[in-house]
Design a binder for this molecule. Structure first.
Ligand SMILES: Nc1ncnc2c1ncn2[C@@H]1O[C@H](COP(=O)(O)OP(=O)(O)OP(=O)(O)O)[C@@H](O)[C@H]1O
Length: 362
């Protein structure tokens, strides 16, 4: 059976520039999928292709097994919310939400009923009579959301809808969007370049780079098992430690750091051969502070602490190794207290129990 929304070999070229390059993707009904990637990586273009605002140069997009390519945008039954508030300025909240329903010639009683449901969904009952200019940015985006959901579209597309809001309001609306997704079961495709936002909202995240999807998976698997260095660097904070593979047995390797320290339990999808040079991916919370030599189940090396910031539950520590490798370390305040904070010199320890990923150079 075909997926709810199926994108097959889609490319979009603008003159010589390739905005989307051979993207294939299946989305299930009710999923919340986020397109995450740097500016210019093709996220919005793919959204517009799905909406029908651009035509693909190659490939097909189908909904429930039927190609959308010959269906004009206004017949696609897809809702859209943009970054900039696109409300009609002379209409009040109710009139804005009712607008797409009137265009679809819904009968008056049905519109009235739907308006009440939508105002309750986005919690704007008290603001029904206000004009957009009398609302805050966050309230305007809620109206845009209600308007896009009012006619029960098969898919809701959201292009950086919270980008213009301040941090606090952004976080409030992220919670609202999650709740609305839960309550409506809508299929949502969401564009952002903010990784925290992607992690908070999504069932799956598609990581874009140069018009392609590098990896699509849940936030947790992108964090634990990134397929390449780009994804590792884009989702979560990372340390990339220069290392050389010393030996390999049964798909597990030992890597040598520039000072000779050996790190065990190294894994990698490609390039795991003795002598290969590359980087080890170590997340800030994988380090600990230790005393004495790290042996057996852990490897340690000396480092100098440059800076430490208390963030409540954790301490964010910036350190540097003897060979000039900068380290970003995150640990519990109590664990930081153990590790020679006074002397500024410390031993950074990496447990060999959890696997460490290796990405070869080049
Ligand atoms: N209408 C257009 N005409 C020409 N080039 C375009 C057009 N729309 C997008 N592009 C180009 O296609 C590439 C992808 O753009 P797109 O807007 O999809 O990226 P994005 O990942 O959404 O970036 P951002 O986060 O900055 O919005 C960019 O190089 C952009 O300049």
């Amino acid at each position: 059976m075909s997926a709810f929304l199926s994108i097959r070999g889609v490319a979009k070229r603008f003159h010589d520039a390739v905005a989307v390059n051979d993207v294939s993707l299946d989305i299930e009904k009710g999923e919340f999928v986020t397109f995450l990637g740097p500016s210019g990586s093709g996220k919005s273009t793919l959204l517009y292709l799905i909406a029908g605002l651009h035509e693909p140069s190659e490939g097909d997009i189908s909904l429930q097994g039927k190609s959308l390519l010959d269906v004009p945008p206004n017949k696609r039954n897809i809702g859209m919310v943009f970054q900039r508030y696109t409300l009609i300025p002379h209409m009040n909240v109710t009139e804005n939400i009712a607008f797409p329903l009137k265009v679809r010639r819904w009968p008056r009683e049905r519109i009235e009923k739907r308006l009440a449901e939508m105002l309750a969904l986005v919690r704007l009952e008290k603001f029904a009579g206000r004009k957009p200019s009398e609302l805050s940015g966050g309230q305007q985006q809620r109206v845009a959301l209600a308007r896009a959901l009012a006619y029960d579209p098969e898919i809701l597309l959201m292009d950086e809808p919270l980008a213009a809001l301040d941090k606090r309001l952004k976080e409030d609306l992220q919670l609202e969007i999650r709740r609305i997704h839960r309550e409506t079961g809508a299929t949502i495709l969401y564009v952002t370049h903010d990784q925290e936002e992607a992690l908070r909202l999504s069932d799956r995240i598609a990581v874009f780079n140069h018009g392609r999807i590098e990896q699509i998976a849940s936030g947790a698997s992108l964090y634990d098992n990134p397929v390449n260095r780009f994804v590792a660097g884009f989702v979560g904070n990372s340390n990339f430690l220069q290392a050389t593979i010393a030996n390999v047995t049964d798909g597990r390797a030992t890597a040598r750091m520039p000072d000779g320290t050996l790190i065990g339990n190294v894994r990698g999808k490609v390039g795991l051969t003795a002598g290969a040079e590359g980087v080890l991916l170590v997340r800030p919370e994988q380090f600990r502070f230790g005393q004495g030599e790290g042996t057996g189940a852990e490897a340690g090396f000396p480092a100098t602490i440059r800076d430490a910031t208390y963030l409540g539950e954790t301490v964010q520590v910036a350190a540097v190794t003897r060979w000039g490798q900068e380290l970003s370390i995150r640990c519990a305040p109590a664990a930081f207290g153990v590790g020679g904070r006074d002397s500024k010199g410390c031993r950074v320890v990496l447990s060999n129990e959890a696997p460490v990923l290796f990405f070869p150079n080049g």
